[in-house]
Design a protein around this ligand. Sequence first.
Ligand code: BJW
Ligand code: ZN
Length: 248
Amino acid sequence: MNITLDDKFKKKLVESKNIVFFTGAGISAESGIPTFRGEEGIWKKFKPEELANFNAFIRNPDMVWEWYQYRRKIVNEAKPNPAHIAIAEFQKHFKQVSVVTQNVDNLHGRAGSKIIYELHGNIERNFCIKCKSFYTNENFTFTDKVPLCKCGGLIRPDVVWFGESLPMEIFNEAEKAAQWADLLFVVGTSAIVYPAAYIPMNAKQQGVTIVEINIDKTDLTSYADYSFFGKAGEVIPYILNEVINPKT
Ligand code: BJW
Ligand code: ZN
């Protein structure tokens, strides 16, 4: 990691009251959870668009279910990494800290973040496509074959697939939180999936300062006020340290 925090950034940071972190799969990469896109992001040669959609589930429910089983196992074994932990730690130093996440792994919650908007659902929950009954992962022993509800319907994970609406109330609250932020950190997302990616773009239009943290350039880089290239698990603790021990 080779980043420098300039005086203007440091001033903005210490004067901020309301901080929002907008996160994607890259923040969980250092916990061992693969991202969706890029070298490490492909599962059995399928793109996320080919698996994370309702038609794929109806065509081949066992295959899509197996993908989620594989990911649940990884998520269960994963632990929050220094990036999730540092974000939770920010709560001790600012009036309000919110997390808007596209991730379904609940690692922000496990790290101790209190205000979390989950835009794409949560892999720990499931529901029946016919009668909409909810099931948690503990409700039954999952196998690699898709389970059936008591009504006979297929049970699917409670996540948002391509072509499906995001939970609108959560999305609206998240959008408001981002637009009222003094600083919006955009961490570990390719920012290509909409409508989630509108959140930082719209906040920028409202004059919010955007700080991107990513190992690579993204579609959002040209909109960001600051871009810190490096691993989230290194950059976020480094910024937190500046809050705790400001060096002038
Ligand atoms: C690190 C790192 C480290 C790695 N440190 N960084 C407008 C324009 C264009 C298209 C559309 C549009 N509006 C809608 C669409 C269509 C579509 C869409 O966006 N398509 C695009 C792909 C083009 N959107 C939808 O279909 C959405 N629904 C919708 O719009 O409904 C409207 C509607 C409904 C009904 C009727 C009519 C209209 C729904 C989108 C749902 C996305 N779902 C998924 C799966 C969730 C469940 C699951 O987890 O299985 O969400 S897909 C997948 O992508 C997942 C993610 O949340 C999402 C974003 O991915 P993310 O997090 O950015 O990950 P990556 O892998 O892409 O990037 C990782 C990044 O980390 C990289 O940048 C790395 O460099 C970085 N990195 N290591 C820091 N250590
Ligand atoms: Zn049912």
